[in-house]
Design a protein around this ligand. Structure first.
Ligand code: PLP
Length: 383
């Protein structure tokens, strides 16, 4: 076994070969203490002092993600949004940021708010369009380039390596949100990103029972220290019970993502060209404009996120979501159970989204059951 590199599946299944040195337990304990007593000489018993800083279970979950990302350091937050917000808060006042115009609605809202308040100066580019990204750059002034790939809810693909070249040539750092393809699919840092973000609520945990956000870097610099300080002062660290659940979820990440990918591919092929479906948006389909880049960036593990655009009216799409009997009509993604949502209803006004778009998060159920459910819902909605 010496010198034989272990595959991510093995490292994940064993939670980095966890073994409690005192008890032999192979599952980490949950530490509930909010504070830690000083040593007999009154020195602080580092590294744990107070619950708002961190705890053993969260540190262990961070080590698993760092290993998967090939990162020097990872920080876990109480949600994806608190992690993304910490990055925005760590930027200098009025810093110039380049960001996509179609992306996860919470992040977009937060960037728009910072821009409106004059806290940040944000130029939005057409998602996935590298020429538009390049034109939005201000040489030597742009501090951060934000990329979400594949993006919500259209699943357009951005070439991370090419985006890194653009960002770095202009003196900026590259931030990537690859929540739709977790780090067992896409290692953003290896492709050139400076900060890799994942909503761990989604695939990393995978069971729809935790909210968490992960930031990873290969070069922990001064901005990283500031991000860590923000988490500490705002108390947005992931708590130990949630970290315990996240570790349990990550043990099966590889299996879940492989199954979700297979299911999504089968379902996408089935509905591509279907008389009640105008379009299937899924990077795993060879006809998708981002297919080749996605294949390269994910190694063919596309994940289970796709959208369909129904025929008929907006109401046809809403009814399709409503009439599903297996797909839950719920937001979020990346769980073992399949979800469907009418994106326009959920994001509200002010977002660029097709009125007939249904976002599907494909889980690990039997794919024939899922196809049959969507078939009957589409038929009933069109009748
Ligand atoms: C869910 C999500 C977020 C926000 O994460 P939360 O854990 O819900 O706060 C950010 N980006 C993407 C792409 C997401 O899907």
């Amino acid at each position: 076994m010496k010198n034989r590199p272990l595959s991510p599946a093995t490292r994940l299944a064993q939670a980095l070969r966890y073994l409690d040195p005192d008890t032999g337990a192979i599952v980490p304990a949950i530490q509930p203490s909010a504070t830690y007593a000083r040593a007999a000489d009154y020195s602080e018993r580092k590294p744990y002092i107070y619950r708002r800083d961190s705890n053993e279970t969260t540190d262990h979950a961070e080590a698993i993600i760092a290993d998967l990302e090939g990162a020097a350091d990872t920080l876990l937050f109480a949600s994806g949004m608190s992690a993304a917000s910490a990055v925005m808060d760590a930027l200098p006042a009025r810093a110039h940021v380049v960001a996509p115009d179609v992306m996860y609605h919470g992040v977009l809202q937060q960037l728009q708010k910072h821009h409106a308040l004059g806290r940040l100066d944000v130029t939005f580019y057409k998602t996935g369009d590298l020429d538009a990204m390049q034109s939005a750059m201000r040489d030597g002034e742009t501090v951060l380039v934000w990329v979400e790939t594949p993006n919500n809810p259209d699943w357009d693909v951005t070439d991370i390596a090419a985006a890194a070249t653009i960002a770095h040539a202009g003196g900026a750092r590259l931030f990537t949100d690859c929540t739709g393809t977790p780090p067992c699919c896409t290692q953003a840092l290896t492709l050139g990103a400076d900060i890799s973000f994942h909503s761990a609520t989604k695939y990393l945990n995978g069971h729809s029972d935790v909210t968490a956000g992960a930031l990873s870097v290969s070069d922990p610099n001064a901005m990283w220290d500031e991000i860590q300080n923000i988490r500490k002062l705002q108390g947005t660290v992931l708590q130990s019970f949630d970290a315990f659940l996240l570790i349990r979820g990550m043990r099966t990440l590889m299996l879940r993502v492989e199954r979700a990918t297979q299911n999504a591919l089968t379902l996408a092929r089935h509905f591509d060209g279907h008389p009640l479906v105008q379009k299937v948006l899924f990077p795993g389909l060879p006809s998708h404009p981002g297919h080749e880049v996605s294949k390269r960036q994910t190694g063919g593990l596309y994940g289970g996120m796709l959208s369909i655009i129904t025929t008929g009216t907006e109401q046809t799409a809403i009814d399709t979501a409503r009439f599903c009997e297996l797909f839950y009509p719920a937001t979020s993604l990346g769980g073992v159970e399949s979800l469907i949502e009418h994106r326009k209803t959920v994001s509200g006004e002010g977002f660029k989204v097709h009125p007939n778009l249904l976002r599907l998060s494909i889980g690990i159920e039997d794919v024939d059951d899922l196809i049959a459910d969507l078939e009957q819902a589409l038929t009933r909605a069109t009748a």
